[in-house]
Ligand binder design. Structure first.
Ligand code: HEC
Length: 431
């Protein structure tokens, strides 16, 4: 089948926006790191990917089927949270993953402020947004081939729960900031007293490479981090000024009662470790989707993936946390999220897992993304996965000593190799 080369009018607009955004971001540190500069929009509405037409097979689509078949019911609570807890429960998403963002940066921005932050909950398959006083839950489901798929759920106890797919979310969730594919966003800006962002102060794409001091503008942050400075818990000019004289006057907080009433939320926290995991995985998900789309388009056009080879290196650099911003002190010692997350495994015979935290010099003890086990990674075309596994094997066994990967220590390489060999089922025989 031939790929049509024409773009829909909306895509042309998206493309133009992405190009302008890329031009605007030239000179910032992330510009060329992410996909070797390839942040342009992918033609995902065209036949090959068929984003808009294809039904997703995400956990949300599967949950809807179970609800329609009468196998599952969602419990509605009349305390303002509606379906939230029941939905999290059915999806096995820990409430401890709760994050709170108060910048007016998203879909229901008029309802979001420092006194009414938006709560996010997530795991490796789904992200849920809860806004106080809203009749909609916002959901990003990760589909194994389509990437981020967007849904809303109306909070109405009198109607059977219906997840409505809403591609209108792509207005923000598919741009140069999501690697040109439908995906996830994390940003950091200075905000005023009511949560309006000051765009010129921004880091518009936060991931594990973002230095600590640039993170969490517009977000609440709970948990210890020693003397390391960040932009969380600050709103209004005065607070940012004060931060310069008394760094961390709003750092190392265990609760947020001084800023808002926590009772509408499952927890009063916005866990620092959960924030760091979300920032790693949001970008990792986007990267996996980008690789999926690139390979589908290339296989369709040429029948091979030769032109994608050099991008495998960039992908592995992110997967292996090579350019991760280092920690200089302990982070999140009291994190409730860290415990729940680490328990999930899988563990090898030595009890090690890619979900083990380090939290002293880096995020994870064994720096290789746990998303390697995800359906999305596992569903990459076999030709691409073979390429990734071959290169990964070379890096981990030391056969490949490219300077790009030299930050990865011999111990880390050995441990990751050992863990993957025992816990990843589809590795090629030469592993
Ligand atoms: C005006 C831009 C905008 C629109 C439109 C938008 N979002 Fe977002 N979304 C954001 C931003 C920015 C973030 C990052 C967190 C923040 O700043 O609140 C985000 C984060 C999220 C997250 C958390 C993690 C992730 O997946 O990025 C979810 C879930 C989400 N949005 C769902 C939705 C859904 C569902 C829709 C459509 C009904 C939607 N959003 C429409 C801007 C938008």
């Amino acid at each position: 089948m031939m790929t049509r080369l024409s773009f829909s009018p909306r895509q042309l607009i998206l493309c133009l926006c992405a190009t302008l955004a890329t031009i605007a971001s030239v000179g910032t540190s992330f510009a060329n790191d992410d996909f070797q500069g390839a942040t342009h929009m992918m033609p995902f509405e065209e036949d090959t990917i068929g984003y808009g037409e294809r039904q997703d097979t995400s956990l949300i689509a599967r949950l809807q089927e179970a609800i329609d078949a009468g196998e599952v019911t969602l419990d509605f609570k009349h305390d303002g949270q509606g379906y939230l807890l029941s939905l999290l429960d059915h999806l096995n998403i820990p409430t401890e993953s709760q994050l709170l963002v108060f910048s007016k940066t998203s879909f229901q921005r008029h309802k979001i402020s420092p006194s009414t932050p938006r709560a996010l909950f997530f795991d490796e398959n789904t992200y849920i947004g809860f806004v106080q006083g809203s009749n909609l839950l916002e959901i990003t489901a990760v589909d194994k081939e389509l990437g981020g798929v967007f849904y809303t759920l109306e909070q109405d106890p009198d109607k059977k729960p219906k997840f409505v797919r809403t591609d209108q979310c792509l207005e923000c969730h598919a741009s140069s900031k999501t690697m040109g594919v439908p995906g996830h966003l994390v940003r950091s800006f200075e905000v005023d007293e009511i949560g309006i962002v000051d765009l010129i102060t921004g880091t518009s794409q936060v991931n594990h490479r973002t230095p600590f001091e640039d993170r969490w503008g517009g977000w609440y942050v709970t948990g210890g981090h020693g003397k390391q400075i960040h932009r969380g818990n600050l709103f209004g000019k005065a607070a940012f000024e004060k931060q310069k004289e008394s760094p961390n006057f709003r750092g190392n907080l265990e609760d947020l009662k001084e800023f808002f009433n926590p009772s509408p939320y499952p927890h009063g926290t916005s866990d620092i470790v959960a924030l760091m995991v979300m920032e790693h995985q949001g970008h990792m998900h986007n990267f996996i989707t980008r690789m999926q789309y690139e390979s589908q388009l290339m296989l369709n056009a040429y029948g091979h993936l030769k032109y994608l080879k050099h991008k495998v290196d960039a992908f592995l650099r992110y997967l292996l946390f090579v350019d991760e911003a280092p920690l200089t002190e302990k982070v999140g010692e009291t994190s409730a999220y860290a415990k729940v997350f680490a328990e999930k495994g899988p563990k090898d015979s030595k009890g090690r897992s890619l979900r083990d935290f380090n939290l002293e010099t880096r995020l994870f003890e064994h720096p290789c993304s746990f998303l390697i086990y995800s359906e999305a990674f596992q569903s990459l075309p076999k030709k691409l996965k073979d390429e990734i596994y071959t290169k990964l094997w070379k890096i981990l066994t030391g056969e490949n000593n490219q300077p790009e990967f030299e930050k990865l220590t011999v111990e880390s390489r050995k441990a990751i190799y050992g863990i993957l060999k025992e816990t990843l089922s589809d590795l090629p025989d030469f592993w």
